[in-house]
Design a protein around this ligand. Structure first.
Ligand SMILES: Nc1ncnc2c1ncn2[C@@H]1O[C@H](COP(=O)(O)OP(=O)(O)OP(=O)(O)O)[C@@H](O)[C@H]1O
Ligand SMILES: [Mg+2]
Length: 265
């Protein structure tokens, strides 16, 4: 099992879109893929037609057992999507209450790792979608992941938000005594605008090895796909945006192919 997290503390940069686009492409390549919604807003959950306000069971249930994960529970929470090979561990809005409840509970940062350990042989790839704020959910995602994807919108102040995210990452990794390799992914690139061109150039100057050299272009097909409730490549397999994610996926597979796998019991 390979586990990737998609995170940035900045909102609206293309995290959820990246999770669905990459997860969908992996499933189309015959991989068994699980996408996990760790955002109380539940955008990933809504994408596939489930309502995070009314779901009786969700990833929230994993956090209800004093830091332990009962045997068999993660598998019970997983549901199908309309994309063959792509399963979803949905969010419910109850997740928003977690920060308050989890204070001081031992093992709270390893719940997602422990849940995924139970599913180790069931999926080839797991992609974790994150809320744009630092808290117990993001700490869980960063502890479980073997690779982090950081989408950054190519616009003014993009670098500022990215610096904040990298600082957070460093802080968390120091406390976990770990290192998490990452790939910065420029998104919503519009080559006709100065802001996009300048910020992509700036990213390329500052971040070298950790930056994907290309960018996901602005493409209205992503919004259309989320409205239609399908993976972007199903809506249009050849649109620029999907072609870019296909290229990004190859890059991520190349970067993560030889990584050492961590497994938490
Ligand atoms: N490459 C793109 N081109 C055009 N629109 C895009 C692109 N990527 C995402 N969008 C749109 O931008 C909006 C935000 O994208 P998305 O929900 O993926 O961001 P997010 O980082 O998950 O946001 P949040 O922080 O709120 O969870 C959505 O309406 C989505 O359809
Ligand atoms: Mg999102």
């Amino acid at each position: 099992m390979r586990i990737w997290a998609v995170a940035n503390q900045k909102g609206g940069v293309g995290k959820t879109t990246s999770v669905v686009a990459l997860g969908g492409l992996l499933a189309e390549r015959g991989k068994r893929v699980l996408v996990v919604d760790l955002d109380p807003h539940g955008s990933l959950t809504s994408w596939f037609g489930y309502d995070p306000d009314t779901l009786a069971h969700s990833v929230f249930d994993l956090f209800q057992h004093q830091g332990k994960v009962p045997e068999g529970l993660p598998a019970q929470l997983i549901t199908d999507t309309n994309c063959s090979g792509l399963a979803l561990l949905p969010a419910s809005t109850a997740l928003a209450t977690l920060e308050r409840r989890m204070v001081g509970v031992e093992g709270m940062g390893l719940i997602v790792s422990r849940a995924l350990a139970q599913l180790w042989d069931d999926f080839d790839y797991v992609i974790l979608d994150n809320t744009p704020s630092l808290g117990v959910l993001m700490v869980n995602a960063l502890a479980a992941a073997q690779h982090l994807v950081i989408p950054v919108q190519t616009e003014f102040l993009a670098i500022k938000g990215l610096e904040r995210m990298l600082h957070t990452l460093e802080m968390i990794m120091r406390s976990q005594k770990n290192q998490l390799p990452y790939t910065i992914v420029p998104t919503m690139f519009d080559r006709r605008t100065q802001a996009s061109v300048k910020s992509l150039n700036q990213l390329r100057r500052i971040y070298q090895d950790d930056l994907w050299k290309f960018a996901v272009p602005v493409d209205t097909k992503f919004r259309d796909a989320s409205q239609a409730g399908v993976i972007p490549s199903k809506l249009d397999a050849q649109t620029h945006g999907v072609r870019a994610y296909r290229h990004l996926l190859d890059e991520l597979l190349a970067r993560t192919g030889s990584l050492k796998v961590r497994q938490h019991g």
